[in-house]
Design a protein around this ligand. Structure first.
Ligand SMILES: *Cc1c(COP(=O)(O)O)cnc(C)c1O
Length: 339
């Protein structure tokens, strides 16, 4: 079975599991789990931030990050494709009491010009603009990477207007693998960053929210209210420590395989269009004569799982458990495909 539905489908490697078994643990609600404390500090220091907090999911780190920065009533600005808006169940209004202003960026990426026009004037009729949230890489943008200049210009604009700046960095290491900027440069721009360990890094569970001591102290209270205070979860944090040490450099292999998939798709008569492949996500459009569900059904019969990503759109995501052998098998199946 070749599973390209998401980079979350990976299982821990034998080495990761062995490392998890050896973890020292304690009750994290009492701040006594050495593995969780180590992971939080390690993640924060990679990005040059003061503190971190380990959570069960990236949805929780995004939602806590936004709640920490919000002061309702008010408004957050993000791209219309953003995970925080599209895939978190309306959590921004439910948890933080903010309205959301959606912008149309370029494959999920905003610019300072776009954001600037969206900041509300100081007028009691208007919700007070409080936060700008960006996503790097952008999932629905096909794994697109932000240029540093745009991240920085938005950060300056946010500062000048008294706005907080949140990064959904579920796949920030995929971006850093290809981009010409560093984790510390990214860290210097944002108030809060959500980093997922369960995506390309191959952990079974977990995300870390990083920021200032003050913001993360507030995040600890909110995590408890959200029911995200875990106990001896250091076994899971250990997986993330292992992944930060061993699974970051290999992300370029996932990106190479994604580019190879794009080349294969390029030669197929039932593929109309392919989004530029920048990282580990391949989004492509089927021609009109091929029904999306029929295509996915046939692929599944051939042992290949993928997801629909919009009208006539299919997404493939490469990951730790997708090998060169799998790539060869995928190539054969795609080339032999008949309706
Ligand atoms: C996966 C993902 C998240 C977090 O998802 P969880 O399943 O809650 O861990 C957040 N943002 C983006 C862009 C993602 O792809």
């Amino acid at each position: 079975m070749i599973d390209l539905r998401s980079d979350t489908v990976t299982k821990p490697t034998a080495e990761m599991l062995a490392f998890m078994f050896r973890a020292e643990v304690g009750d994290d609600v009492f701040s006594e789990d050495p593995s969780i404390i180590a992971l939080e500090q390690k993640t924060a220091s990679i990005f040059g931030k003061e503190a971190g907090i380990f959570c069960p999911s990236g949805t929780m780190t995004n939602q806590i990050g936004i709640k920490v920065l919000s002061d309702p009533p008010g408004e957050i600005i993000c791209d219309e494709l953003a995970h925080v808006y599209q895939y978190e169940g309306g959590g921004i209004s439910f948890n933080s009491g903010l309205s959301v202003k959606l912008l149309q960026g370029d494959r999920g990426r905003l610019t300072a010009n776009l954001v600037s026009e969206a900041i509300n004037p100081n007028d009691v009729h208007k919700p007070k603009t409080q936060i700008v949230s960006v996503e790097n890489t952008c999932n629905k943008g096909g794994g697109s990477i932000y240029p540093f200049r745009d991240l920085k210009e938005i950060s300056e604009l946010a500062k000048n207007n008294g706005l907080y700046y949140h990064l959904d960095g579920a796949r920030i290491f995929n971006a850093l693998t290809e981009a010409d900027y560093t984790a510390k440069q990214v860290g210097s721009l944002f108030d809060t960053i959500s980093v997922c360990m369960s995506k390309g890094l191959g952990c079974p569970v977990g995300s870390v929210l990083i920021g200032s001591n003050e913001h993360i102290a507030k995040a600890r209270r909110i995590r408890k209210v959200f029911g995200g205070g875990m106990r001896q979860a250091g076994y899971l944090a250990a997986a993330a420590i292992y992944a930060l040490d061993h699974h970051v450099n290999r992300l370029k292999e996932d990106h190479l395989r994604a580019r190879k998939i794009s080349d294969i798709l390029n030669g197929l008569n039932y593929v109309e269009d392919i989004m530029p492949v920048e990282t580990n996500i391949v989004v492509f459009k089927l021609t009109e004569k091929l029904d999306l569900n029929q295509f996915l059904g046939k692929l599944a019969e051939m042992g290949i799982k993928a997801v629909a990503f919009g009208p006539r759109l299919v997404r493939f995501v490469t990951h730790l458990d997708f090998s060169d052998d799998d790539l060869n098998e995928l190539e054969k199946s795609l080339k032999n495909f008949r309706i």
